[in-house]
Design a protein. Structure first.
Length: 207
C-alpha cells in the first residue's frame, strides 16, 4: 500500500509541475533536440543525411540556428551527430507515438520521462524513509528550476535521470530479494545505455 501511495503521490506532483509543458511551445533552441528529432525519422527508415536535412532545414531549427549560427552548417551537423548516435531510446519512443502526437511527439516523450523520474525517485526514497518525507523531497526536487528547465525540454535528460534512478532502485531490490530480480536491473541498465552516458554511476554504486 505504501508503494502505491508513493507512486501515485509523486506522479500527481510531477503532473502538476509539468502541466504547462503539455501546452506551451517546446523549447527547440538546443541542437541536441534536433538530432534526436532527426534520429526518430531514421527509426522510420529514412537515411541519416535525409533525416537531418528534414529537421535542420525546417522552421523547427530556426531558434537553435539563431542562437548559434553554426548549427545550420552541414559540416557541423555531420560532425556533431556522432555524439548522440548511441541514444536511441527516446528517438524510438518518439517514432512510436508520432502517429498520435504529431510534431509534439518528442516533447511529450520527454515530459513522460519527467513523470517517470518523479515516481522512480519517490520509490527509491520510500525504500529507506517514510512515504511522507519521500514525497516532500521528491516534490522539492521536481520543482527545482534546472531540473524542470532541462528535464522538460525535447531531449533525453529526463529519461536519463529516470532510468538512472530506476537502476539504483533495482540494485536495492536485487540485494534485498535475490538474484531473481537481476534481469530487471540488467534491462534497466540496457535502456540507460541507450539513453544517456550514465551507466557507470549505478555500476559504481553497486560496487
Amino acid at each position: 500500500m505504501r508503494w502505491c501511495v508513493a507512486a501515485l503521490g509523486s506522479l500527481a506532483c510531477a503532473g502538476v509541475l509539468s502541466l504547462s509543458a503539455w501546452t506551451n511551445t517546446p523549447n527547440w533552441r538546443n541542437a541536441d533536440s534536433l538530432f534526436y528529432q532527426a534520429m526518430s525519422f531514421e527509426v522510420g527508415g529514412m537515411p541519416a543525411p535525409a533525416a537531418r536535412a528534414r529537421v535542420f532545414d525546417s522552421p523547427l531549427a530556426r531558434p537553435a540556428i539563431a542562437q548559434e549560427p553554426s548549427v545550420g552548417v552541414l559540416a557541423w551537423q555531420t560532425f556533431e551527430s556522432q555524439f548522440s548516435r548511441r541514444r536511441w531510446l527516446v528517438p524510438t519512443l518518439t517514432a512510436a507515438v508520432r502517429p498520435i502526437a504529431g510534431l509534439r511527439a518528442l516533447p511529450d516523450v520527454a515530459i513522460v520521462g519527467y513523470l517517470v523520474f518523479g515516481v522512480a525517485l519517490c520509490l527509491l526514497l520510500a525504500s529507506r524513509f517514510a512515504v511522507a518525507s519521500s514525497l516532500g523531497v521528491t516534490a522539492l526536487c521536481l520543482a527545482l528550476a534546472p531540473l524542470r528547465n532541462w528535464g522538460l525540454r525535447p531531449m533525453t535528460d529526463s529519461w536519463g535521470l529516470a532510468l538512472l534512478t530506476a537502476a539504483l532502485l533495482a540494485v536495492l531490490v536485487v540485494l534485498a530479494r535475490g538474484r531473481k530480480w537481476l534481469a530487471l536491473w540488467i534491462g534497466i541498465m540496457l535502456l540507460l545505455s541507450l539513453t544517456r552516458d550514465l551507466a557507470v554511476i549505478p555500476l559504481a554504486g553497486l560496487g
